[in-house]
Ligand binder design. Structure first.
Ligand code: HEM
Ligand SMILES: [Cu+2]
Length: 556
């Protein structure tokens, strides 16, 4: 990184000489930007591992019967795929990488409120990840319970569930500490003049997310700890054979894991609310509605966990209440989609790669949300639960939502993070391949599920063969898109053109500091005088400046 050294009169954060050298300067750093980049490396590595496992699973499903692996291996692979993607990629994803890197800069702060705690979160994340990988090689072999650890199976399987639970437990602490850090940062470290309603929407979304992390994560921690205790000491909380109740487990699991889907999606919605105004060159439509709807989603999200258990055994009253609340979440989500579309409408649209990702997201995510309503309605859910329809639904929202926007964010902020530009045309080819492959792969799952293909099955009946082949080919198209994307970004990192301070014409504070930013972000803490996307105020300021220049020239 020698060519980064000094531009003009500042030293960027890559080249700042701290007390440590080499790798230690990274793994012992308390700089939020370095921590964000370390998360980026870890997360993309896990994403690649998880995606490879996914492709292998699809390859197994290419033909009936055994194709490349046996049933036990298949069970372990879909469990690992889910665990890696959910706990190591989409849940920490956007807050850990882009929240860490950009939240302080967007608030006009020098760092997060507790930089050392931030480093501890990263270490806990890595420790949890390493434990998860280690569990593959321990006595029982790779776990085969599915990412939900449902009892009584998870109490009885011979695979090493306790280790994996320990890993998830540690990851939970990482998540809680990051949430705590962000809440404090947002309350205490906003630049002078930045009232709550002058805060960028990405910060709002991280704020709502952080509260879920803080309130819901301990519940899954306790639940999983109880499973481990039950496995080790046979106390009989969940195991019916010992007088326990497996439905109790499901309630406790989903009381966390439903809100967790909002830990995944809210930050993504925040990123979308940044990218759209920038590429439409227009103030976001309904700023306050978008900000408040994040809080509303976070709040209502606590009351809908039962929709994962409509068919497990509950009273009719609780069933329809859960169904009603599930439908209510659709309202604040739709508010956001309407406001995004309204912003684009009459905007002067600059269709670059980050916006293309966002458009693909709006399309795919809307399908995911609407099919969520199909599953939230009691009658249709009975037909579709535990089929490929559910797998399609959650890939549309989790992958088409958080996954797509993780990569949109990477393209949007790449020039700022690395000070380099990538090839926009190649990026657009990558987005198109990814979206096309995605639709071939997962839209097919809706049809398969509707026709009765059960989820998590190793084999299938002859009538599903054609659709399985089509979906598997889709997985190849999608993966080639990701390969093109990674090569493009890697090339840019190695030898891309130097990026200026503000390549897209963005309005939030990160675009007012150099790329890459200096160690403490700002030479002088900025004073905020208008809203975060106030293109109007910017225009006025520019005109005034020009008038001033003219009159200065006239005087000469
Ligand atoms: C916003 C982002 C969302 C994410 C990340 C998400 C994620 C998920 C996941 C991972 C599952 C599968 C759980 C399992 O393995 O059993 C699932 C199932 C489900 N989702 Fe979503 N979801 C989201 C939005 C929605 C929405 C908007 C609705 C309804 C309005 C909804 C309704 C459901 C229902 C009812 C199920 C259970 C289906 C069944 O098991 O029969 N989801 N979701
Ligand atoms: Cu849910």
């Amino acid at each position: 990184m020698a060519d980064h050294v000094i531009h003009g009169n500042y030293v960027d954060f890559y080249d700042e000489k701290g007390p440590h050298k080499g790798i230690l300067a990274w793994i012992l750093t308390t700089d939020h930007k370095r921590i964000g980049l370390m998360y980026l490396i870890a997360l993309t590595t896990f994403f690649c591992i998880g995606a490879t496992i996914g492709v292998l699973m699809r390859l197994e499903m290419l033909t009936q019967g055994r194709t490349i692996m046996g049933p036990q291996t298949y069970n372990s692979l879909f469990t690992l795929h889910g665990l890696i993607m959910i706990f190591l990629f989409v849940i920490p994803g956007i807050p850990a990488v882009f929240g860490n890197f950009f939240l302080p800069i967007m608030l006009g702060a020098k760092d997060v409120a507790f930089p050392r705690l931030n480093l501890l979160s990263w270490w806990l994340y890595i420790t949890g990840g390493v434990f998860a990988v280690l569990s593959l090689f321990l006595a029982g072999g790779p776990i085969d319970t599915g990412w939900t650890f449902y009892v009584p199976y998870s109490l009885r399987t011979g695979t090493d569930v306790s280790w994996m639970i320990l890993a998830a437990f540690i990851l939970g602490f990482s998540s809680i500490l990051t949430g705590l850090n962000f809440i404090t940062t947002i309350h205490r470290l906003r630049a002078p003049g930045m009232g709550w309603f002058r805060m960028p929407l990405f910060a709002w979304s991280l704020y709502a997310t952080a509260w879920i992390q803080l309130i819901a994560t301990p519940i899954v921690g306790i639940t999983l700890a109880l499973v481990a205790i039950e496995r080790l000491f046979g106390v009989g909380l969940f195991d019916p054979a010992l007088g326990g109740d497996p439905i109790l487990y499901q309630h406790m699991f989903w009381i966390y894991s439903h809100p967790a889907v909002y830990i995944m999606i809210l930050p993504a919605m925040g990123v979308v609310s940044e990218i759209i105004p920038t590429f439409a060159h227009r103030t976001i439509f309904g700023y306050k509605a978008v900000a408040i709807s994040s809080l509303a989603i976070a709040f209502v999200g606590y009351f809908v966990w039962g929709h994962h258990m409509f068919s497990s055994g509950m009273s009719d009253t609780s069933r329809w209440i859960f169904s009603l609340f599930t439908f209510l979440v659709a309202i604040p989500s739709a508010v956001k989609v309407f406001n995004w579309t309204a912003t684009l409408y009459k905007g002067s649209i600059d269709l670059q790669a980050p916006l293309l990702f966002v458009l693909a997201f709006i399309f795919v995510f809307s399908i995911g949300g609407l099919t969520g309503l199909v599953l939230g309605a009691l009658a249709t859910d009975i037909h579709l639960t535990d089929t490929y329809f559910v797998v399609a639904h959650f890939h549309f929202v989790v992958f088409g939502g958080t996954g797509f926007i993780f990569f949109a964010a990477l393209h949007y902020w790449f020039p700022k993070m690395f000070g380099k530009l990538y090839n926009d045309n190649v990026a657009k080819v990558a987005v198109s391949l990814i979206t096309l492959g995605f639709l071939m792969l997962y839209f097919t799952f809706f049809i398969l599920g509707y026709e009765g293909m059960p989820r998590r099955y190793y084999d299938y009946l002859p009538q599903y063969h054609g659709l399985h082949v089509f979906a598997t080919v889709g997985s190849w198209v999608m993966i080639s898109g990701f390969i093109v994307m990674f090569i493009n970004l890697f090339k840019a990192f190695k030898s891309g053109k130097r990026a200026g301070m503000n390549p897209w014409g963005g309005m939030t504070l990160e675009w007012t500091v150099p790329s890459p930013p200096p160690l403490e972000n700002f030479e002088e803490i900025p004073v905020i005088t208008h809203g975060p996307y106030d293109y109007h105020a910017q225009e006025e300021a520019k005109e005034k400046q020009e008038e001033f220049n003219h009159s200065a020239e006239d005087e000469k």
